[in-house]
Design a protein around this ligand. Sequence first.
Ligand code: AMP
Ligand code: ZN
Length: 159
Amino acid sequence: MNSNNTLTQLLSDYRGSIIKKEGLKMDNCIFCKIAAKEIPGKVVYENDTCIAFLDLSQTTNGHTLVIPKEHYDSFLEADAEVMAHCMKVAQKLANKIVENMHAKGCNILTNAKEVAGQTVHHFHIHIIPRYEENDPIKIEFTDRSSVVNLDDIYNEIMK
Ligand code: AMP
Ligand code: ZN
């Protein structure tokens, strides 16, 4: 085994041991506690990597959250593979919820950081079934195309 492989193995063992001992939990994180079954949740799906449960607020009927069992503060810090897995699960579950709840569609969203409306700082994907345009949820994109310069914004991002 070369040194790179050894390091990879050590990291993997270390990660494994943390997951076993601590479950990569964050103290005082309500979603870590739900994942660990320390507090109850209406769990609609679960596997080794993620768990999905009904959002208490029920913005619309069937509003569900998909979270990784490991703690990541938000989408911005989440492990890419874990996040991709959660998204796959969210798609399957969204189809099931839309079908069984007789919804016409859904919004899939994740808030990253307080400025974006994140209130629980454990990465989660919202599945929000939609029944009609007047559902009690508002997601609105303001058209600011007349007051911005796309080239300036593009250059800022690409620098
Ligand atoms: P966000 O504002 O994107 O961070 O979303 C957090 C969501 O978690 C909100 O929609 C809350 O209603 C929901 N929530 C908070 N605590 C719980 C809980 N114990 N069980 C289920 N959902 C919860
Ligand atoms: Zn957590």
